[in-house]
Design a protein around this ligand. Sequence first.
Ligand code: BGC
Length: 897
Amino acid sequence: MHNVEDLLHQLTLEEKVSLLAGANFWETVPIERLGIPAIKVSDGPNGARGSGGFTDGVRAACFPVGIALASTWNLALVERIGQALAQEARTKGASVLLAPTVNLHRSPLNGRNFECYSEDPYLTGRIATAYIQGVQSQGVGATIKHFVCNDSEYQRNSISSEVDERTLRELYLAPFQMALQEARPWAIMASYNKVNGTFASENHRMLTAILRDEWGFEGLAISDWFGTQSTAASLNAGLDLEMPGPANWRGSKLRQAIAQGEVDEATLDVSVRRLLRLIERAGAFEHPQTGPEQAIDRPEHRALIRATAAEGMVLLKNAGSVLPLQPEKLTKLAVIGPNAKTAQIMAGGSAQVNAHYAITPFEALVERAGEQVQIGYELGSTNFKLAPLLDMDLLTEQGLHVEYFNNSDLSGAVVVHEHSHSSELLWLSSLPEHVDGQHFSARATGQFTPATSGRYTFSLISTGPARFALDGHEVIDNWTHREPGEAYFGMGSAESRYETKLTAGQMYALAFEYSKSPVVPIPAMRLGCIVPQPADAIERAAQLAADSDVALVFAGLSAEWESEGFDRPDLELVGRQNELIEAVVAANKKTVVILNTGSPIAMPWLAEVAAVVQAWYPGQECGHAISDVLFGDVNPSGKLSETFPLRLQDNPAYINYPGENGQVRYGEGIFIGYRYYEKKQVETLFPFGSGLSYTTFRYDSLSLSAREIGPTDTLSVSIDITNTGQRAGQEVVQLYIYDKTASVQRPEKELKGFAKVALEPGERQTVTLSIERAALAYYDILKRAWVAEAGEFEILVGSSSRAIHATGTFTLTETSHFGGVDQNERLSLNSTLGQLLAEPAAREVLMRYLPATFDVQQLNMASNWTLEQIANFAPDLLTPELLQRIAGDLKQLEEAL
Ligand code: BGC
């Protein structure tokens, strides 16, 4: 038995310091002398990748992405996904999974929308709670992330999300608060961005005052990867662990900070204790995780992924009941589009895994439709963003020869030779043995024989100096100059391209070289090649559609468009896909569009096509799950967790997106997503919560358990749901609240309850949902507490935020406050500048007194300091007299509150 307190006493200062930064990319530092093992963590939300590369590590099960899970609105299913993910994490030797991601869909362009659940904090919080409970039921920890206001990727490492207090509380903090209190995740990950001027990773108010003092969180706070920004400030703010390792801001810098009195040893102990507790919870003292990472492809995970993926799909349109497909009535089926023979199982960034396998829609349809149905295929349009990786079949020995040098200029002896089956060389956490990770260079060579003659475009992207030579002539120079680009989390260069004519059957020598730059944490280079495209691709697809009974167009985006480090440019489908869909539907009215995206897109062809299925990125069972929905083996029951706007310009974040001068102002306040579309009565393409079924449902007999409730009462809301169609199906009953007599602005609908019911044809069930005070409250910035205000409330029950089928009213008889800030967060000279600035009234006081010379930049830098500390440091800026006056005003302010 290891006692955490005993261990803490036995650890030397040096050892304690060493524990507070990673040992490497994924593990903490072990202290063998005391039997303290390393803990391994692993990404991420839709699979446990392990320590290998994003897509070439040890294979793992690939689950549906976050938005697909949320679209199921099925908490039991999400919990099972969590359990399976924990089992997967164990096969990779990881005790902690770096998930779930609970940032909100503020803008549909956010590059990581796919990974997050919803534009609604309540739905997000419920899904996250189920997910975490599932993961942790298996003895694996969950890491809720990214705390907080990392709701777009634009300048994510530096931007300050400027959010008012009420919005912060009611929207962006809310899912964290719900999940922390209900599911108690073992860890939380601080985000890259600043929150109101202070980096989230050194934000005392977020990481300590709110997270720990108010919410009582006892787990470990870890940085996002390379997201630590300081030594003393981060630790003093409550950021326990710097990741990845080896230490950059900790280690010797932390020892020095302690020696200089900038960090107390007691503060160090608090963080070390949290880490030791996590090791204890993981059972790792008794059973340290060791051994190689394993790929275990379990049939039960396959089945769960298939069922969940299908249940998350949203049937957006189904005119003339073109779906479900009936094989007995089909002779010829047209399968068209870039996502038909490519399974878009996941999106990009750290959520990627090397999936056990990926079922394409084409394969699954062939399997399901049966031999009597003839299936034709046309690509129609591509949808790549980056030139595709080299086709290994066109290379001699199906690969590239890679040589490594332990210097930066490819000189001298080759240290290691390697054969690569990919033209993307990404050295994420592991390099071949004997290669010096900090100073190396590499040359990849291969013999390329094109299959067709025509114009080829080669492209090079790298995170440091790189160049490409064709037949011995350098044709792309990323060595002497690189334009900044988006790839590799924003560390990659822009794509440099070279176009040339090549002849079929002739062999060409390819060579591309890379030099690791000391400032680049992720060494990578990637050679792409666009092969000649047929000019009549769309005409051929339209012809196939004209000759078929039904045309299925598999369109959408990919991991290249939706990823980390950048956002989407707009809502459009890319390549010539819109044109393709228009041409196909002009040739055959029975056109069904199946979309793989992780966020809303514009659909200029919506009125023409017969049906649309939003399939998201559904994981490794992609094709099977889509086919299950198309053929009606699964009756669709997914509902949108994000509004699809008619135009990007309609989105409330639009005028404050992506931000400027290093700040993004959350100017729409609490009115994000449907809260805004409802308030302004703006038409949408598809509203929040909407989604069709192959059957129909009736809502009747709404009843409320009382007409009046007091602050401690629970109101029961019941409604009868009947399946009025011919097929068994599931319906998501949604309950929204409206505070009709509020003294502050309130949204006209706020989701506060939902239930998913399964009904046989003709079956009726009564659904009962409960409402408590918390569901009625808003955050009062003056009282600094939640307030449920006496007055009349409306209950709206429906099948989407727009389709309300029944309403009722009740009265809350008495106003009550709860969850207020602790006495120790009361404003005084002991508050940090960050705390004072976050309070509108206190901010005003400060602005009144601070001299003009004390500019905002300085304020941000000093946000973890108290006013007294600032006065000591800069007495000419903040004189004792000024300090006295500020203290007086703050006191008055406190009394007024
Ligand atoms: C992401 C995190 C992820 C981490 C480790 C970061 O780029 O923002 O979500 O867990 O990398 O891969």
